[in-house]
Design a binder for this molecule. Structure first.
Ligand code: PLP
Length: 349
């Protein structure tokens, strides 16, 4: 897709939008007296409005990812970026989006909120990418396709070449959610945004980066898409406190933690199948395991009674019989294994 085709996907009202201009957007020079924004003049650490462009935090993300700042959007979690993609590209009541299922629930919720038809395409055997069915589900009003790799809740990552083939074949926005990419042996699609204007890669500070409470999501895309998302967002979508804390946290090295999680994932993958109640442990490139068990509701309750909460996916299309279990610290995973041992002892079949 070329840039002209990209512009043709945008809702006309968004193309024409004159965004709210904050006092600090118009700031030039280096003023010393701030009488422009009706703030309190009494310093308490938080009395000034934060940077609406998040320049310092974006610079740090840019250095970390090797991506220019003009290709970076920062939001109040990835969820803000997902919502903005609908609001920028999808005409309510007219346009539609296609997505794989099972996958992250927010794609569908955000579509419903924006009155955008959501077309679900089931994953193939062994949760493979249903490329042909995804393209077959598209029509002239399909503006966006949502993929997630590694996929939540199945845990598998799709081959990069298969995703890129979809990016080339589909004449709309392809969103690839890489929330779990730090745990994956399959490489990120970030280097591909430069040559594919319709590709949007989502990442987050909520998972491997350990900042779920701060709410910082990242979208990487063509500068035109980034500029449209930035115009539509609330001017101060990331608070000053969060910008400061995230910037500080970005300097810490998470490599050791990621390595430990991947090691613990392998330990659980080899330990879990020895339990009689466990039928299948799906392969995972993420920090969780999708596990098919004999009686998911019973095991779920039993784990809760032992103080362990997992995600019951038994009622999710394509995940019948499954629990999704996040990989914890070695001690937490030991507790899970002990609880499974106790369950099997008491649960004679
Ligand atoms: C956890 C998760 C996110 C993160 O969302 P935030 O709003 O950034 O916390 C995004 N996508 C998927 C698939 C996830 O599982």
């Amino acid at each position: 897709m070329d840039k002209k085709e990209l512009a043709g996907l945008v809702r006309p009202n968004i193309l024409a939008l004159c965004p709210y201009s904050t006092a600090r957007d118009e700031l030039t020079g280096a003023p010393e007296v701030f009488l422009d924004a009706n703030e309190s003049p009494y310093p308490n650490g938080w009395n000034r409005y934060p940077d609406p462009r998040q320049a310092a935090l974006k610079k740090a993300v840019s250095a970390l990812k090797g991506i220019p700042t003009e290709n970076i959007f920062l939001g109040n979690g990835s969820d803000e970026a997902i919502d903005l993609i609908y609001r920028v590209f999808c005409e309510p009541g007219k346009d539609n989006a296609v997505a794989i299922v099972p996958s992250y629930g927010m794609y569908e919720v955000a579509a419903a909120i924006n009155d955008v038809e959501f077309r679900k395409v089931p994953l193939g055997d062994d949760y493979s990418l249903p490329s042909g069915a995804l393209l077959a589900a598209c029509d002239s009003r399909t503006k966006a396709m949502f993929l997630c790799s590694p996929n939540n809740p199945t845990g598998n990552a799709f081959p990069r070449e298969d995703i890129l083939a979809l990016v080339r074949a589909f004449k709309g926005i392809v969103v690839v959610d890489e929330a779990y990419i730090d745990f994956s042996s399959v490489g990120s699609l970030l280097p591909e945004i430069a040559s594919n204007p319709n590709l949007v890669v989502l990442q987050t500070m909520s998972k491997a980066r350990g900042m779920a409470s701060l709410r910082v999501g990242m979208a990487f895309a063509d500068p035109f898409t980034i500029s449209l998302m930035s115009r539509v967002k609330y001017p101060y979508n990331i608070s000053g406190a969060v910008q400061e804390l995230a910037l500080k946290a970005l300097s810490s090295d998470i490599e050791g933690q990621v390595r430990e999680i991947v090691t613990e994932r392998a330990r659980l993958v080899s330990a879990l199948p020895s339990f009689r109640c466990i039928r299948k442990v799906h392969p995972s490139e993420a920090n969780f395991l999708l596990v098919e068990v004999d009686d998911p509701d019973l095991l779920y309750d039993r784990l809760i009674a032992d103080g362990i909460i997992v995600r019951n996916r038994n009622r999710v299309e394509g995940c019948r019989g499954c629990l999704r279990i996040t990989v914890g610290t070695p001690e937490e995973n030991d507790r899970l294994i002990q609880s499974l041992k106790d369950y099997e002892k008491s649960h004679i079949r």
